[in-house]
Design a protein around this ligand. Sequence first.
Ligand code: 5GP
Length: 187
Amino acid sequence: MHNDIERVLFTESQIAQRVRELGQQISHEYTKLLGEKLSQEPPIAVGLLRGAVVFLADLTRAMTIPVEYDFIAVSSYGMGSTPGQIQLLKDLEKPIAGRHVLLVEDIVDTGQTLAHLIELLRARHPASLKICALLDKTPRRTRNVTIDYVGFTLAEDAFVVGYGLDYAERYRNLPYIAALKKSAITT
Ligand code: 5GP
């Protein structure tokens, strides 16, 4: 697995540090927003399956406020790395009308997936919708999307894996985020 890695971009300890900071910032801002109401109506962290699972698990444990989980799945990339049609594969289990929703994404690349998800979730009238993305990969952005909380910005167009991110369902369990060798990409 490690032999297919070209270069580590963010180490395990850099990720842990940044996730801790994000958890604190998010907790602080929701406390300011909701105050007393936090315990009755905690925000719902909506994880985008499957890439955001590892991030969501660490991020929510770095948060000091109550939080609920739900998950949504879309497919856009198939097995490889070429963008395609966006399809809803798994919907949320609970209604979000009147709830505070924190959408947790692994990586924003063109912004198509995020723009689609924002439209889908907004139409359900949440009390608020905030976006948290582990990685903001900027070079191929075609949609103007606002990301409220960003783990790391990636200014290069590298295909990255690890810490939940896959290539053809592999490498998700690497503890760091790394660029994959071109030779390991088969499409
Ligand atoms: P977008 O719609 O913004 O172009 O793409 C978002 C989705 O594409 C992400 O949720 C992720 O599944 C996939 N993606 C984009 N760039 C990368 C990358 O560098 N590595 C991996 N593993 N997935 C990526």
